[in-house]
Write a protein that binds this ligand. Sequence first.
Ligand SMILES: Nc1ncnc2c1ncn2[C@@H]1O[C@H](COP(=O)(O)OP(=O)(O)O)[C@@H](O)[C@H]1O
Ligand SMILES: O=P(O)(O)OC[C@H]1O[C@](O)(COP(=O)(O)O)[C@@H](O)[C@@H]1O
Length: 316
Amino acid sequence: MSNQHPIICVSYHPCIDRTLEVEEFKTGHTNRAIFIGEQAAGKCINIAHILPLLGVKCVLYGIVGNDAKHIFEERLKQVPHHLTGLPLRTRINMTMIDKKRTSETHIREVGTPLDEKYFRDLMQEVLDAGHENQFVVLSGSLPPNIPDSCLFDFIVALKAKKMKVFVDTNGSALAAAVKANPDLIKPNREELKELIGAETFEKFGITQSADTIRFLHPEMSILLSDGANGCYFVSQGKRKHGQFQATFTVPVVSTIGAGDALLAGFLAGLYLGWDLDNSIKYAVRVATATLPCLSAGEIDPEVLNHKSLSVVIEDL
Ligand SMILES: Nc1ncnc2c1ncn2[C@@H]1O[C@H](COP(=O)(O)OP(=O)(O)O)[C@@H](O)[C@H]1O
Ligand SMILES: O=P(O)(O)OC[C@H]1O[C@](O)(COP(=O)(O)O)[C@@H](O)[C@@H]1O
């Protein structure tokens, strides 16, 4: 699957990530933030930020509110990008980190309604730029007012151009995306549950559920992230589990963007022509390297390159 064209990242619903850290969160009380961070984010923005750090070329196409365009341009300084500024408010996704309990609470804004025309213009821009076999990543929730059928149409059109389509979204948009037969989806356990309508638990149950989805879409692979349990990969005749092992403790400061990092690492492996096992190993390594960082899409280079960190792949 090695490929000369840059990976196309499509950011149709970016956001500002605001992270607040409190000592110990108390519901119904005044809590003081001991840390506050803000950055331009959203799933494909994070992926486009990570890929060049891994030595992989990418280009970003996206839509952003004029109110925050400059912040996005700053974050994408190292990435060729085509951002269309629109007169709308950029949503803010908030994460509250409770230092004492080491827990994270996320509040994700549904966002400002977007005129379907802008989504379809973005879609056309990507289709005009794309080449056969080029990787394209569609990631993030859909803005309000954009029907799931738009995502479906987008994937069908990209597949008609014989591009390789990778999707990370949730809810009904994910269900619509699956129907369009992308090459790979990256749900987490919660999103898998939404897709199949049932909870899955141990390794066998998870991979079996993934195969249930694949039954009607045999060409589609599933990279399933499962937090501290690592990840699963399911495709035709293959069921794998990947998990990191280290002789040192990797501090989990924040897991925001760990899923984006997993997908970025996996894409990097495929793009560089590595085999499946090594691509999964790299995916987990890159995801692990984001855990010590407070901001989504940042990588701790020491963890990334640590010789005592290994990823074990188990065939299920
Ligand atoms: N607490 C954790 N400990 C170890 N690895 C983790 C932890 N949280 C996430 N990861 C790694 O990051 C990947 C993506 O995390 P996950 O939280 O499942 O994704 P998402 O952010 O999409 O929900 C996992 O597959 C795993 O490799
Ligand atoms: O588009 P959505 O589903 O609201 O997700 C956007 C959020 O996801 C993130 O990209 C993090 O994603 P992951 O934790 O799943 O990797 C945040 O930076 C952003 O706030």
